[in-house]
Design a protein. Structure first.
Lengths: 413, 117
C-alpha cells in the first residue's frame, strides 16, 4: 500500500465529486429562469441518491464477483468486507478508496442525461428513473468495462476514464428519453434563451477542474500515467475550446462565452476514454476535431430530427463520447499503457480499433434497451411529463415550490 | 378616440397573451414586470419547512393603445380568453381614454402616431 497513491486517490475522488455541482451550474445557467431550481435539483438530488445506492448495493453489483461478464453480486452489500486493506482492484490503495473513487462516477453519469429532459419531466418520475437506470444500465456497464471478468474488457476494448460507461451511456439515454418525453412547449418557435451565462462559465470551469481528478485519477496511482492523462486532458480541452471559438467566429464573427464553455467540456468528453492510452500529440487532434463534430451534430439532432435534446446531452456527451472511443482506437498505444493489447489504427493495428467499435456498439445497445425498460417501469407508477399548466408556470414552482430569484424589485421576498 | 388597455396577468400567461395579440393584429405594446395583490391577498411559501406569508405576487402588465372602441373590445376579449384559468390570481384588465400621443421618430401626433406605416 502506498500513502502517496492513497492521498492522490482520495483527492481525485473529491475532484470527481465536484463535477456534479459543477454540472448543476452548467445546466442551471443554460435553462430559462423559471426552470433553474429544477434543473440544479436534478443534479443535487442524485448526489444523495447515487451515494446511498452505491454504498448499499451498487458497488457490489458493479465490482463484486462476476456473472457472465455482465454484472457482479451482493457479496459487498452495505460495503461489508470493503475495508481499509488494499483491495482486489488496486494493491496500492485501500479498498474503500477505490470504492469511493468509483462512487463519484456513479453520481455524475445519470446527472449528465438530465440535461436533455429539462423543463418538462416530473421530478418524482425523474428521480425514480435515475434510481432504476443506475441499476439497469450503469452498474452492468461499469462491470463490463472495469469489473472483474467484464465482457468489454475481455474483448480488448479499452476505456480509460469512462467514455463508454459515462458519456456514451448517458448521452444515448438522453436521446432516447428526449424522444419518449416529447418536446418542450413551443419548441418550434420559442427561443430558449440562456438565462445566466456566468453560471455556465462557472459550471464549465468546475467541470474542467474536477475532470483532472476524473482522468488523472483513473491511473489509480500518483504516477507517470496519471501525469500523462492530466496533460492529454488539459490539451484536448483547450484545443476543443479554441476550435469552438473559431467556429463561432466563422459563423457569426464573434466568439461566445457559452461556446467556449461548451467547447472545453466536449474536449474533455472526447479525451476521457483515451487519456491514458493516446500520445500527447494526438490530444491536440482529438480536441480540435470534437468541436466541429458537436457543433454540427447538435443542429442535426435538434433541427433536422426535431428531437428536443434540451441542453445537448446527446449532442455533446453522446457524439463526443463516440468520437473519443473511436479516437482511442486510432491513436491508442500499448507502450503508453499496457492495458491496451494492441496499438491503434494510426500505427497499423486494426484489432484495437475493431474492439473499440464493438465496445461503443454494446454500450449504445445497453443504454437504449435499459432506458426503454426504465421508462416503461416508471410509467407504471407515475406520469412522466408535467401538465401543460405546470410546464407554463415553470418547474421550479410546480415541482419544488421554490423561486430561484426574487422578482426584480424583491417585493415578493 | 384613443384608448389604453392595461392588462395585469399571470407571469406564465405572458407568451399566450403576446401570441393572442399578434393573432388579432395588435403589434405595439409595452410590457412590464409588476408586483401586486388582489382578492387573492398574497400566498404562503415553504422555506426549510417553515411557512412564510408573502404579500405581493409578481405579475406581468401589458399596456396597449388602440384607436377605437371596437379595437378596445377586440383586444380585451383576446386577452381575457387566454389569460383566464378560473382560479384566484388571474388578474385584471383596465381601459381608459388617452389625451394625446406623439411618435418620437416621425413627429406624428394623435391617431397617426399609433398606426403602423
Amino acid at each position: 500500500m502506498s500513502s502517496g497513491d492513497t492521498a492522490f486517490m482520495i483527492i481525485s475522488a473529491a475532484l470527481v465529486f465536484f463535477m456534479t455541482p459543477g454540472l448543476a451550474f452548467f445546466y442551471g445557467g443554460l435553462v430559462r429562469r423559471k426552470n433553474v431550481v429544477n434543473t440544479m435539483m436534478a443534479c443535487v438530488s442524485i448526489m444523495g441518491l447515487a451515494v446511498v445506492m452505491w454504498a448499499l448495493f451498487g458497488y457490489s453489483l458493479a465490482f463484486g464477483g462476476n456473472h457472465g461478464g455482465v454484472i457482479g453480486d451482493f457479496r459487498w452489500l452495505g460495503l461489508s468486507g470493503v475495508g481499509m486493506e488494499a483491495g482486489p482492484y488496486a494493491d496500492n490503495i485501500p479498498h474503500l478508496v477505490f470504492c469511493a473513487f468509483q462512487m463519484m462516477f456513479a453520481i455524475i453519469t445519470p446527472a449528465l442525461f438530465t440535461g436533455a429532459l429539462v423543463g418538462r419531466m416530473r421530478f418524482k418520475a425523474l428521480f425514480l428513473f435515475v434510481a432504476l437506470w443506475s441499476l439497469v444500465v450503469y452498474y452492468p456497464l461499469a462491470h463490463m468495462v472495469w469489473g472483474e471478468g467484464g465482457l468489454l474488457a475481455a474483448i480488448g476494448s479499452v476505456d480509460f476514464a469512462g467514455g463508454n460507461v459515462v458519456h456514451i451511456s448517458s448521452g444515448v439515454t438522453a436521446l432516447v428519453m428526449a424522444v419518449l418525453l416529447g418536446r418542450r412547449r413551443g419548441y418550434e418557435h420559442t427561443v430558449y434563451r440562456v438565462h445566466n451565462i456566468p453560471f455556465v462559465a462557472l459550471g464549465a470551469s468546475m467541470l474542467w477542474f474536477g475532470w483532472f481528478g476524473f482522468n488523472a485519477g483513473s491511473a489509480l496511482g500518483a504516477n507517470g500515467l496519471a501525469a500523462h492523462a492530466f496533460m492529454t486532458s488539459a490539451i484536448a480541452s483547450a484545443s476543443a475550446m479554441m476550435a469552438w471559438m473559431l467556429l463561432d467566429v466563422i459563423k457569426d464573427g464573434r466568439p461566445t462565452l457559452v461556446g467556449a464553455s461548451t467547447g472545453l467540456v466536449v474536449g474533455l468528453v472526447a479525451i476521457t476514454p483515451g487519456a491514458g492510452f493516446v500520445p500527447i500529440w494526438s490530444s491536440f487532434i482529438i480536441g480540435a476535431l470534437v468541436s466541429p463534430i458537436c457543433y454540427f451534430g447538435v443542429p442535426l439532432v435538434k433541427r433536422k430530427l426535431k428531437i428536443d435534446d434540451a441542453l445537448d446531452a446527446f449532442g455533446c456527451h453522446g457524439l463526443g463520447g463516440i468520437w473519443g472511443g473511436i479516437a482511442t482506437g486510432i491513436f491508442g498505444m500499448s507502450s503508453i499503457n499496457g492495458a491496451a493489447r494492441w496499438n491503434g489504427l494510426a500505427f497499423g493495428d486494426t484489432e484495437l480499433f475493431a474492439a473499440q467499435l464493438i465496445g461503443i456498439a454494446v454500450t449504445i445497445a445497453v443504454a437504449v434497451a435499459g432506458a426503454l425498460v426504465c421508462y416503461a417501469i416508471v410509467r407504471l407508477f407515475t406520469p412522466i411529463r408535467v401538465s401543460e399548466r405546470d410546464e407554463q408556470i415553470g418547474l421550479d414552482l410546480s415541482q419544488h415550490g421554490e423561486h430561484a430569484y426574487p422578482s426584480f424589485n424583491g417585493l415578493d421576498q | 378616440m384613443m384608448i389604453k388597455v392595461e392588462a395585469i396577468v399571470r407571469e406564465e400567461k405572458f407568451e399566450d397573451v403576446k401570441a393572442a395579440l399578434d393573432a388579432i393584429g395588435v403589434n405595439g405594446m409595452t410590457v412590464s414586470q409588476v408586483m401586486g395583490c388582489g382578492l387573492q391577498r398574497g400566498y404562503t411559501e415553504l422555506v426549510r419547512g417553515m411557512e412564510f406569508d408573502l404579500q405581493m405576487r409578481p405579475k406581468i402588465k401589458f399596456e396597449i393603445v388602440v384607436s377605437s372602441e371596437e379595437w378596445e373590445k377586440k383586444t380585451i376579449e383576446a386577452i381575457e380568453k387566454v389569460a383566464h384559468t378560473g382560479e384566484a390570481g388571474d388578474g385584471k384588465i383596465f381601459s381608459y381614454e388617452i389625451r394625446s400621443a406623439f411618435k418620437i421618430r416621425t413627429g406624428e401626433t394623435g391617431y397617426d402616431a399609433i398606426q403602423a406605416n
